[in-house]
Every structure is written in C-alpha cells, then in structure tokens.
Design a protein around this ligand. Structure first.
Ligand SMILES: [Zn+2]
Length: 214
C-alpha cells in the first residue's frame, strides 16, 4: 500500500516527505506485486519517473498487451497469443508423452531443460482444501478428455514436491491408471517442498530422468 511505503520512507530518511499523488499511486501499484516491498516499490516508481516518454509508454503498453492478447491454449491451457500455443502446434514434438504441471511457469522451466520433448498439460494450480481449491477447479477433466484418443502412452506428473503437489499427483494417478496408461512422477531430485519454477536446470533434468512409475 502506498501509505505503508510513505511510512517506510519516513523511517529511511527520518524527515517528512510527500509523494505527489500520481507517484504515490505508482508506488502503491508496484507494492501489490509479488516479492516487492515498500522500498523496492519506491525504487521502481522513481526509476519509471526517470524513464524517457517512449520507454515509459513501452512499459505501460506491454502490461496492457499481455492482458489483452494472452489467453489459454484450448489444448494444454498454457498461455498463448495464438489459437494454439507454440508447443501444441509443433509437429516435431512427441505426442505419446504428456507432462502434467500446475502452472504455465512450470512449462517454461521444464522446456528450458531441453530434456523433455513431449507435450504439456497445465492444471492451473494444485488441489488445496486450505486455499479452497478443489479438483473440479483444475483442468483435470480436460486432461482425461485428452487421454481418450489413445495417443498418449505415458503421463509424467510434474507438480511440485509439496504436500499439495504430491496429493494432486496421487489424485490424478488414480484416475489415469485404470485407463491402462503408464503414469510416472518426477523424482525428488527436486528439494522437498521446492518450487519447479526456481529449480536449477540440472536438478530438473535429474528429476525427469529419475521419474518413477506410480
Ligand atoms: Zn497448447
């Protein structure tokens, strides 16, 4: 909140300072971003203030552009600005292996490793009763529908190795196994409780290579 940033600034400088309203608004907006505290929000806002007009417009346009043009791929539910995402449109990818992840960021992390050449399915979260996320709120029904064609021979469950990630993987495994499709879980080369998005590539490659059937 802008108020909080202003208070922090008082603490930093020890003297009274007033933000002009538009500046306070920008600081307030930055403070809403994940991982941005009052001091960082202030630093970013002052940085924006120093930008030339073109760069400031480019930043604002980029924000509006993602909100206007990015949508979910109707096949894998990854983000895309096309009818189908790049991965689903790529004829060279292996359609017999499907990697299930919680978040579009995990597709980026996994694909950067260059180790996985199959397809993806993004759940849009993990089952978490504490946060009010039930299975019906995830793209699990859509996942099962994708498996109906018989093209997929292995489903790799690559949710994070957290309690919720594991529970989600187990829930999905139970649904898929009766279909006669091989179900594997990425290994715990990943630190327990870790986040795929932050795992280094070597760790992620190992987690994938050491995946085990469940
Ligand atoms: Zn797609």
């Amino acid at each position: 909140m802008a108020g909080e940033a202003v208070r922090q600034l008082f603490v930093c400088t020890g003297k009274l300072m007033h933000y002009a309203k538009p500046l306070a608004r920008l600081v307030g907006e930055f403070e809403k971003l994940p991982g941005i505290g009052p001091k960082s929000a202030q630093r970013l806002a002052f940085h924006v203030l120093k930008l030339n007009e073109n760069d400031a417009h480019a930043l604002a346009d980029a924000i509006v552009d993602v909100k206007t043009h990015i949508k979910l791929c109707p096949v894998c539910y990854n983000y895309t600005d096309q009818d189908h995402c790049e991965i689903c449109s790529d004829a060279k990818r292996d359609r017999s292996v499907l990697c299930v992840v919680a978040d579009p960021r995990d597709v980026v992390a996994m694909d950067k490793t260059n180790e996985f050449k199959g397809m993806y399915h993004v759940l849009g979260g993990v089952i978490s009763p504490m946060d009010g996320v039930s299975p019906e709120m995830l793209k699990i029904r859509e996942l099962l529908a994708r498996l109906e064609s018989g093209e997929v021979k292995e489903v790799v469950l690559a949710t994070n190795p957290t309690i919720e990630g594991d529970a989600t993987a187990m829930y999905i495994a139970q649904l898929i196994k009766p279909l006669g499709i091989k179900v594997t879980r990425i290994a715990h080369g990943m630190p327990v409780g870790g986040d795929m998005d932050y795992a280094d590539q070597a760790t992620l490659i190992q987690a994938l290579q050491w995946r085990r059937e469940i």
